[in-house]
Ligand binder design. Sequence first.
Ligand SMILES: C[S@@+](CC[C@H](N)C(=O)[O-])C[C@H]1O[C@@H](n2cnc3c(N)ncnc32)[C@H](O)[C@@H]1O
Length: 212
Amino acid sequence: MSSFSGLGVRLQAIFSLVVEQQKKDPYTTIWDCCCDHGYLGLKFLSENLCEKVIFVDQVPHIIEQLKPRLDGFNSDQYELIAADASELSFSRQKRHLLIIAGVGGECTVDIISAIEGNNPGVHIDYIFCPSTSQKELRKYLMAKNFGVAFESIVCENKRYYEMLYVKNRAAADELPCVSETCTAWDENDAGHQQYLSKLALHERKKNSAGKL
Ligand SMILES: C[S@@+](CC[C@H](N)C(=O)[O-])C[C@H]1O[C@@H](n2cnc3c(N)ncnc32)[C@H](O)[C@@H]1O
């Protein structure tokens, strides 16, 4: 279980990636989208990683519960938004990093397709760590020509997660395209291979159910 000061393996992997990016080419605004407990955003704030951290969740009482945890921080440093993430709008003057973790791939696609459609020309890069349906997310990103800045596999509580840091084509000419399967799966890792077999079986069942 995560706590505010000690993130779990999955959120820690995202956090470490963001720390590296902020050293090289910092984002002004980091969005902890679908934040729930807000551990990730709180950690960004406590490490003073960017100008502003924005917490977003569609459940109003989740956002209410976050308020007292932000007491020690300057109110210029953060914002709380209780809304569906697909309705967000973004300042053109800022560089945005939007993190969507812990929701399914289909839900992630719904959110980013709306955001990209509603905010043309805004600089938004994304870190995704979907809980399910990674393939659906990858298919969308491939179709929209996103480039991969980094990807890895994270194992937490015996579950494997793909973490994917992407930029849209306008910002990512030199980057490889997103592929249908994560390049970080290791063919010599028995745990990885078992998990991939399970996923393939699930995919086959889903496809044959769709044909009925
Ligand atoms: C399992 S929690 C993930 C928490 C955290 N991001 C993590 O990875 O540990 C999923 C959260 O996403 C929120 N959520 C789901 N769809 C959303 C949407 N379209 N817009 C905003 N929040 C959403 C839910 O309310 C829930 O609090």
